[in-house]
Design a protein around this ligand. Sequence first.
Ligand SMILES: [Zn+2]
Ligand SMILES: [Zn+2]
Length: 362
Amino acid sequence: MGRAIKWMNFLLLFLSIASGSLSAQIWAQDIIRVGLLDLNDIPSFRCQSALGSHEWMLPNGQVLGPLDGMPTITSQAGSFQINSGEFSGHTPYVILRPKTHDARLRIVTEALGYRQYPGAIHFIHVRGTPRLIMESAMENYLPGVLAAEVGKGHAMPFYEAHAVISRSYAVQSIDRHRMDGYDLCDQVHCQVFKGTSTVNDTLHLACQTTRSLVLIDRIGRVATAAFHSNCGGQTRNGHDVWNGQMPYLQSIEDTTCSNAPHARWQRTVPRQEWDEFWSVHAVDSIQGILNARHKFHWPSASFKITYDPSIPDVYQVDGRGFGHGVGLCQEGAMQRALTGSSAWEILQNYYTGVRLLRYSHP
Ligand SMILES: [Zn+2]
Ligand SMILES: [Zn+2]
């Protein structure tokens, strides 16, 4: 699959000194391969051209025939059983290729309902596991990421800022699932992607107006554009939460998110459990606080503990924010977009000293 472009998986970064200042050019592939359904739990599904038309093709390029109607495809004992118009039979690996650029394939499963995908869909076995892999232009994939990660109803600069973030993440992570035969998965492990059936014109436009733009750091590397739901009033330093030097992930004060839905939370914690936890952690250390958040499954690591003598067995926990708190605060960015900030102003606010760069592809 896609062997002609496989070698391009490596992000090539060329730096040059021009007129005394550092300029950079990034070469990255424009085709992205996304691991879709793991078919272990989905023994059969149906597919159909939702837009345009598709044809069946073997990995060697041999065209088998058009996709007609809505055939059922069954995965069994290392091969796919297909009965579709001119093509029927068993095969361990087959591709549904779009015949036009705007073609979209609809895949229907009992568990997930229907999903719609751009590009070519590979029916393949990865280490014995049947699965689907989408091979699509980056810019046809990104609106689906925005639909899944951000949702609808926000101002355009917020979508534009998020399109740059999601593109930067995809370009930076392009080889994350290399050993699985694709670039990114469609889960929260990489970026959530549930196809493009819920993509509207606003999401398309946000991706088009920021086409090819990625965030880079001061020395020309694609930035790790981390984001979270709500920072609770102050974002965190990247190096406090993760290993590695990411000087653009600096803590900043952010009051724009203070009235948003995820600004506050409350919990209780049993006194005995809390005291036992701190008997083995350094009180007030950043790592201890981060560990406490994970142990007690709290929305964030910004919290205050209080004791009410009338409830002797538990502590009250008052928390702020939602998520790891590093990088862009989504609810703060949404508010900034509503009150007139541009996408670039939003990005500059949350990522210190970054620049925008248009990546090129061969
Ligand atoms: Zn992944
Ligand atoms: Zn915030």
